[in-house]
Design a protein around this ligand. Structure first.
Ligand SMILES: C[S@@+](CC[C@H](N)C(=O)[O-])C[C@H]1O[C@@H](n2cnc3c(N)ncnc32)[C@H](O)[C@@H]1O
Length: 282
């Protein structure tokens, strides 16, 4: 880490903002393992620096931790690909939370905009080093302020990792349509929960044995929703991404195998890449 973050006493995040502590904790737990699937020493340092009872609040869950590690690695891979083709491009990390992806993928030229709710941005400012190429926007992603001020000349990748499930379906559709309408050369990278599961969390909230109850997921995908997103004007291509192979029977064998079964993808967690711009002529 470039500089050790100060020791922060009394982190107070609630509701959807607190979920950033959950994902940070999972990523850090994974990154702290010898056989980790994600190298993220900054996440490990952040957890150590925060005065927050992570394990008491969230419990220990190696399965979730590995999933978060594999998800972050998939996002990193796609951001690096984008930066390979657009080395001076802009990455907008929506719902960035306490992600440390900037430092994992920084090519020394990228412009980086992080958007999150004010309490999370405040915490981020207190904890993480700043760079002249990084900007933080404290607002709801639904406000679209970040989109108005975007420099689109060198290409834009918008990422939404662990975010869209917390928005209402109408907000997700508007967000995707707004990105596609305003970004002529770029991509939108997001993950999605299956619709059946998001509906279930609205009836009976997910919960950790510790008593922690994250907010219900409001939006999820199924085949119809994927068709709808793919038909958004200026979404040139929409595809589901494969996770890197993980450890153990589930992430090492079952997940890669199930990913090959046609039609099953919509039943599970997905990571999707939408290319924004004109469709190739057929
Ligand atoms: C599950 S966390 C994911 C954080 C980070 N992307 C990661 O993967 O570690 C969800 C994040 O989305 C943010 N968020 C939720 N709704 C939001 C909104 N309407 N506008 C901006 N950020 C939002 C939360 O504050 C939180 O930081």
């Amino acid at each position: 880490m470039t500089s050790q973050p100060p020791h922060v006493v009394g982190v107070e995040l609630e509701g959807v903002s607190e979920t950033t502590l959950w994902t940070l904790y999972q990523r850090a737990s994974e990154a702290a393992r010898r056989d980790r699937v994600l190298h993220d020493p900054m996440a490990v340092d952040l957890v150590a620096a925060l005065d927050f009872p992570f394990e008491e609040r969230f419990g220990a869950s190696p399965g979730w931790a590995q999933w978060q590690g594999l998800r972050a690695r998939t996002f990193d891979r796609e951001v690096r690909r984008f930066l390979h083709d657009h080395p001076d491009g802009t990455v907008v990390a929506l719902g960035e939370g306490l992600e440390t992806q900037f430092w994992r993928v920084n090519n020394g030229r990228v412009r980086w905009i992080g958007v999150d709710l004010p309490p999370v941005i405040d915490l981020r400012r207190r904890l993480l080093p700043s760079s002249p190429r990084q900007e933080l926007v404290a607002s709801s992603v639904a406000d679209g302020i970040w989109l108005d001020e975007l420099d689109r000349k060198a290409g834009v990748m918008v990422t939404a990792q662990g975010l869209l499930m917390y928005l209402e379906p109408g907000q997700v559709h508007d967000l995707i349509a707004a990105c596609a309408a305003r970004i002529a050369d770029g991509a939108l990278l997001f993950d999605a929960v299956p619709r059946w599961l998001s509906e279930r969390t609205q009836r009976e909230p997910l919960g950790e044995p510790t008593g922690y109850r994250p907010p219900p997921w409001r939006w999820g995908i199924d085949a119809e929703e994927i068709r709808r997103i793919g038909a958004t004007p200026n979404v040139a291509e929409l595809r589901r991404l494969r996770l890197p192979r993980g450890r153990g029977a589930f992430f090492g064998y079952a997940v890669p195998l199930l990913a090959r079964v046609p039609g099953l993808g919509d039943r599970f967690f997905s990571i999707m890449l939408a290319r924004l711009g004109r469709r190739a002529a057929t």
